[in-house]
Design a protein around this ligand. Structure first.
Ligand SMILES: [Zn+2]
Length: 140
């Protein structure tokens, strides 16, 4: 009986938290950090908590450098390196596979597959379209 009582209280608490989250999502606009159209679109699509996770990766993708590793008729593989604040690169290199036929990108970290949020490496590939010079280290 004690378990059922505790379970019901926990369930009621969870429902209450969801109602508060829904209220915030419906009535408040998230703070945007950039003029990027993608950020505005995701602010509408995602819930507040998920949007801020996405926004963090969107912001950090601007510090990533994309290099084409290999390519065939259907697939491109890119190495994505992230810059640290001192300008050097982090040791961890991500790999993004782009299916040119299906117009689909997948990062080796599988964040999108597990969490439904694009990671900074996948966003880095799209950031090429947002600002062509931003990820090209040869352009100052
Ligand atoms: Zn990734």
């Amino acid at each position: 009986m004690d378990f059922i009582l505790r379970f019901n209280r926990a369930l009621a608490q969870r429902r209450h938290e969801e109602i508060i989250d829904d209220h915030v999502d419906i009535n408040e606009q998230p703070m945007l950090k950039s003029p990027l159209i993608m950020e505005k679109q995701m602010a509408v699509i995602y819930t507040r908590k998920i949007f801020y996770k996405f926004q963090k990766d969107l912001w950090k993708c601007l510090a990533c450098v994309l290099q084409l590793a290999r390519e065939d008729d259907n697939l491109c593989f890119y190495k994505v390196m992230e810059r640290k604040k001192d300008g050097s690169f982090k040791l961890k290199v991500q790999e993004v596979m782009v299916d040119k036929v299906a117009d689909y990108a997948s990062c080796i970290c599988k964040k999108f597959e597990f969490e439904g949020i694009l990671c900074r490496s996948s966003l880095c590939k799209d950031a090429e379209n947002i600002s062509p010079n931003i990820n090209n280290p040869s352009v100052k």
